[in-house]
Design a protein around this ligand. Structure first.
Ligand SMILES: Cc1cc2nc3c(=O)[nH]c(=O)nc-3n(C[C@H](O)[C@H](O)[C@H](O)COP(=O)(O)OP(=O)(O)OC[C@H]3O[C@@H](n4cnc5c(N)ncnc54)[C@H](O)[C@@H]3O)c2cc1C
Length: 468
């Protein structure tokens, strides 16, 4: 499916934000040491008496991964997180490649999902997951567990993890090449757990900042990064009787239909001792509770007797912010706007962007020995856009084609029964690559897709006649 959609895009040219900016050049052409020609950091001033100081604001997956990489790379790293036991509203589904790439221990993964039920508006259920190899699965985590683990690992690598609320940042008048003027961060220390009141006001001087403070990012505001369209996602954690929980042992459900969401999907994801039931929408935010009710209603037989133990909601960015970088400040994860359409996935992309941004700083500063400049941080954006642009585009197209009406969703679920579609979808999800397809199977899939969509349109016309 992904490769088919990708081909639809083959004619488009990819111009990244980064390409619209200047490239770093060297005063003298050197042909033998190419590695250094593009390294602006080499010509930036040396940092003396200390190493480069970087603040990471926000300790979710983006911030935890960034801080660990910075600390391991010789950077004096401070991570500011407002709530150490933060329980980020999230389905908690992570791809298999994240477990390997981030070396996650298996005991922080609540469930290994090997079966996904895709359920159409008319409640036709298609089981996907038949093509998975024995070692393959979708991980289900609780965010309070995953985030704390990544933050602890950053601390173990040498990051100074502060429990505080970031308030604002003073940006130096000139943060351009050659400048080593510091950014001054204002934050309140230890947030009182009992009174909810803020602690003492403090300031912190650093050379560079990574904004990993999520969808409502204050770092983004401080650099005038601009806004993005967002979805609102709602989720209830429901503790269901243990015999009902057996059904969700290694199974997750996705519900599609106008009732559960006009532009997204509803889900039931299994956790250690409960299920997370939720939905999201961009276009009908005011109806979110009604949509959530419908999602719960659709799953009613399977969650009967359940007790709601937590209700949560949060924005999900729909696309990157107009600006993700300014001087020595870069945004990562939800702060930058890296959630995919269609699947609403952002945990892996948050951790990955945090790590990629930190790597660019470590490399540009030669392990903390030199000042960095915007050109160093821009390398992260260039690499990011080059690596993930196709994935975002494919999922954008899929959402536009298949989530637009109930007949189109019926067609989508029908297509999901195809083994080839399942393989392509799972491979793309689990390994975060737009998988190149087999030409013959792609052709078969194209014919089937057109068949499904034609049937869907015919069905819609018939339904319109009925409703006239
Ligand atoms: C209901 C719902 C379900 C979802 N389901 C999934 C899913 O199943 N799979 C998936 O991959 N993605 C899912 N997502 C998306 C995913 O949750 C996000 O993409 C991901 O959390 C982004 O990580 P992050 O580190 O960028 O930001 P966040 O996880 O939002 O972390 C930001 C951190 O910064 C801290 N912070 C914020 N402001 C400040 C401040 N001023 N000072 C100090 N600290 C601050 C916060 O406390 C938080 O810990 C879901 C989202 C929602 C809302």
């Amino acid at each position: 499916m992904s490769s088919l959609a990708l081909k639809t895009f083959a004619g488009l040219s990819h111009r990244t934000t980064a390409e619209t900016h200047r490239t770093v050049s060297h005063p003298k052409p050197i042909s033998t040491h190419k590695r250094f020609i593009v390294r602006a950091g080499k010509f930036s001033p040396k940092v003396t008496g200390r190493n480069l100081r970087v603040a990471v604001v926000g300790g979710g997956p983006a911030g935890g991964a960034a801080a660990e990489t910075l600390a391991k790379g010789g950077i004096e790293t401070v991570l500011i997180e407002r709530k150490m036991d933060n329980c980020k509203p999230c389905g908690g589904a992570i791809p298999l490649c994240m477990v390997g790439e981030f070396d996650l221990p298996l005991d922080i993964i609540d469930r290994r999902v090997t079966k996904m039920k895709m359920i159409s508006p008319s409640n036709v259920a298609v089981d996907i997951g038949q093509t998975l190899k024995p070692h393959e699965y979708i991980g289900m985590v609780r965010r309070e567990v995953l985030d704390a683990y990544l933050r602890d690992r950053a601390a173990a690598a040498g990051a100074n993890v502060i429990n505080g609320l970031f308030l604002k940042m003073d940006v130096p008048k000139s943060a351009g090449p050659g400048s080593d003027a510091p950014y001054v961060l204002h934050y309140t220390g230890q947030v009182s757990k009992y009174t909810g009141g803020a602690g003492e006001r403090r300031t912190l001087e650093v050379d560079a900042v990574i904004g990993a403070d999520g969808a409502n990012s204050r770092v983004a505001k401080s650099i005038g990064a601009g806004d993005y369209e967002y979805a609102i996602a709602f989720q209830e954690r429901i503790k269901i009787p243990s015999e009902k929980m057996e059904y969700y042992e290694n199974l997750a459900e996705m519900y599609v239909g106008d009732d559960v969401s006009p532009d997204f999907y509803g889900w039931v994801f299994p956790k250690s001792d409960h299920v997370a039931v939720g939905t999201g929408t961009v276009t009908h935010k005011g109806d979110i509770k009604k949509l959530q009710f419908a999602t719960r209603h659709r799953a009613r037989d399977k969650i009967l007797g359940g007790k709601i133990i937590r209700v949560e909601a949060h924005p999900i960015p729909e696309h990157p912010r107009p600006r993700r970088l300014s001087g020595r400040v870069a945004l990562v994860g939800d702060a930058a706007g890296y959630v995919t359409k269609c699947s609403g996935e952002g945990i892996y992309f948050a951790a990955k962007s945090g790590r990629m941004c930190a790597e660019a700083i470590v490399e540009g500063s030669e392990n903390g020995k030199r000042m960095v400049e915007e050109g160093d941080l821009r390398k992260y954006l260039e690499k990011w856009d080059k690596t993930y642009w196709p994935t975002y585009k494919v999922l954008d197209v899929l959402q536009k084609v298949f989530y637009r009406s109930n007949p189109a969703r019926e067609a989508f679920v029908e297509m999901c029964a195809d083994e080839y579609v399942q393989k392509m979808t799972f491979d793309s999800y689990l390994y975060k690559k737009v998988v190149p397809g087999n030409p013959l199977d792609d052709l078969k899939l194209a014919v089937n897709t057109i068949g499904s969509l034609v049937r869907a349109n015919a069905l819609r016309r018939e339904m319109e006649k009925i409703s006239v």
